[in-house]
Design a binder for this molecule. Structure first.
Ligand code: GLU
Length: 386
């Protein structure tokens, strides 16, 4: 019997979120580092193509989360010190984001890749409806081979409603798109078990379990004056990313071919392995985070497809709708005996779902005036309950 090869968190990562910090992107605040950005984009292109010469096994989907808007904006505005006023930070972000987007677009295009700017806020990731919208936009971009370049929409958020740092944003994006791997590129080689500047005996951490409380003690506080996240926010980000099954690597952004070598399985930096597999983690997330708002009854054919084949629920298999819910709420799916067979996120509200019962997906646009998705509940957003 052939033993099934164990899943390798690096080699087997198909969907990868790469986060780069402000001090790398802007060369410690001196201005956008064209060479460095060009270098990451070159590697992203080889990842997207699954270049065999690089030791890659198959194509990767890549998403960039890049900081640097505020730092670049300050440079362009001639501000030597980071402002404290929120409106000035927001203005700097607005100025700098133009440069950031332009640089990524140029460098990715040089590599034959298309790119898209996506600016997210905390609300986009915590509100269920917006969560689904952001998710389906990103998934659509990936399907079309476009590289999303993401930052926080700094211009419209203040401190209270901010994600705040892009390590956390990277983790939330990894959750959103169910990435396999989050790579946090920074100006340090990775995590030490003590501060190496103060303790010469500090040991480098090559691998640990994401979410291990001992890591947070090792990481201490504060980052650089340029960006927002220190080592601690990276450790916490790794714990969050693990919540949807993604492992995290923290590595030095100027290490040569760092992204390619990681994707080829090489251990560089600190690897924080997610303890739970992706599907299991996602199911846990649906089970833990969301309250049941309603129910959909389905016919025998649809029930069999869900149960036996793990298919999505299409409107045509739906016979009745109970409760009042919005797009993004969790609903139960019940068979003809009334027994619950699954739970999942509804793509349409209860009022819309009532109009869609027994209708083919091709009629959704005519019935509702728009089509969100052809499925009522997508299998990725569904957990079978028995
Ligand atoms: N979103 C901020 C920017 O682009 C950076 C936040 C961070 O450094 O983590 O300037």
């Amino acid at each position: 019997m052939i033993k099934k090869k164990e899943f390798d968190p690096l080699l087997d990562a198909r969907r990868i979120v790469v986060k780069v910090g402000s001090s790398l992107v802007t060369n410690e605040g001196r201005g956008l580092d064209e060479a460095a950005i060009g270098e990451w984009c070159r590697q992203l292109a080889l990842l997207a193509r699954g270049d065999a010469a690089q030791g890659l096994q198959g194509e990767r989907e890549v998403i960039m989360v890049s900081s640097g808007a505020i730092a670049e904006g300050m440079k362009r505005l001639g501000w030597a010190r980071r402002p404290i006023e929120v409106n000035e930070l927001q203005a700097a972000a607005a100025v700098g984001q133009m440069g950031l987007a332009h640089m990524y677009e140029t460098k990715l295009r040089e590599q034959g890749l298309r790119s898209a700017q996506v600016l997210l806020t905390h609300a986009d990731l915590s509100n269920r409806e917006r969560y689904l919208n952001a998710r389906s936009t990103l998934m659509t971009l990936l399907q079309h081979g476009v590289v999303p370049v993401i930052n926080e929409n700094d211009t419209v958020v203040n401190d209270e409603i901010k994600v705040g740092d892009n390590d956390t944003l990277g983790a939330l994006v990894a959750n959103l798109v169910e990435a396999d791997l989050l790579v946090i590129l920074t100006d340090q080689k990775g995590l030490y078990d003590a501060d190496p500047r103060q303790n010469p005996a500090a040991q480098f951490v090559h691998e640990a379990r994401a979410g291990d409380p001992a890591l947070e003690l090792m990481a201490g506080g504060a980052g650089s004056a340029i960006g927002k996240g220190g080592m601690l926010t990276k450790i916490v980000a790794a714990r969050r990313a693990a919540g949807s099954g993604a492992s995290t690597v923290i590595a030095w952004g100027r290490e040569s071919d760092v992204l390619l070598r990681l994707a080829a399985g090489e251990r560089i930096g600190t690897l924080l392995v997610a303890p739970n597999a992706k599907m299991q983690a996602r199911k846990q997330w649906i089970a833990d985070h969301l309250q049941l708002r309603g129910a959909l009854s389905v016919d025998e054919g649809a029930a069999a497809k869900l149960r036996a084949e793990g298919k999505s629920l299409l409107p045509i298999g739906m016979t009745a709708v109970q409760g009042v819910f919005s797009r993004g709420d969790v609903v139960a799916i019940r068979d003809i005996t009334g027994a619950e067979i699954a739970r999942g996120l509804a793509n349409y509200s209860s009022a819309e779902a009532r109009l869609l019962c027994r209708k083919p997906s091709t009629e959704i646009a005519a019935l509702l005036g728009y089509t969100a998705e052809p499925e009522m509940v997508h299998r990725d957003n569904m957990v079978l309950t028995r």
